[in-house]
Design a protein around this ligand. Structure first.
Ligand SMILES: [Zn+2]
Length: 179
């Protein structure tokens, strides 16, 4: 249950079931459509709607584990898209990033477009683009954890053409770490 509350001044906010139970609700006006993702304006928890395989994570980890939907075999030096069996919807203003697992990276198997971006309105199965830079064929089994997913806010950006103020940061590529 998700509730959207409209205030008399014309603004509105969205509230999750847990916050309603805690008595944060002032006046209930309408229910959001089922399957609509949202950010609770009280507890700031991101509510993501999904189909298929639910990602999991350890309590204090930042990333959610994505698992391979099928067995796969990535030849040396090749790229392969590995399905995860996950489809998801997140609110506008958010993205999900696909990052390599450190254990894979240490073997030379990386996310080729890393970090990959899942836009909020993407509805197909999440695929992980893995590149095998190790010296041998890389085997993946159904259910293997192949990458991790992190959620990040995406601000609206307005570009203003103008004169830039000066800072003490100058120099071109490779200028850091030389001093
Ligand atoms: Zn809440």
């Amino acid at each position: 249950m998700t509730i959207k509350v409209f205030l008399t001044n014309g603004s509105d906010f969205t509230i999750c079931e847990a916050c309603v139970t805690k008595g944060k609700r002032e006046s209930t006006v309408s229910l959001l459509a089922e399957g609509e993702p949202f950010l609770c304006d009280f507890c700031e928890q991101l509510n993501v709607v999904f189909e298929g395989t639910q990602p999991e994570k350890k309590l204090d980890s930042a990333g959610w584990d994505l698992r391979a939907q099928d067995d796969a075999s990535i030849p040396v030096g090749k790229v392969q898209i590995i399905g995860t069996g996950l489809r998801l919807a997140m609110p506008k203003g958010w993205e999900a990033q696909i990052r390599a697992r450190s254990s894979y990276g240490a073997k030379g198997v990386i996310v080729a477009n890393g970090p990959g971006t899942i836009d909020h309105n993407y509805r197909d199965e999440v695929g992980v683009i893995l590149l095998n830079l190790s010296g041998s064929v890389f085997e993946i089994k159904h259910g293997d954890r192949i990458a991790q997913m992190l959620f990040a806010p995406v601000p609206d950006v307005v570009w203003s053409r103008g004169s830039l103020n000066e800072t003490d940061r100058k120099g071109g590529f490779g200028s850091t770490g030389v001093q």
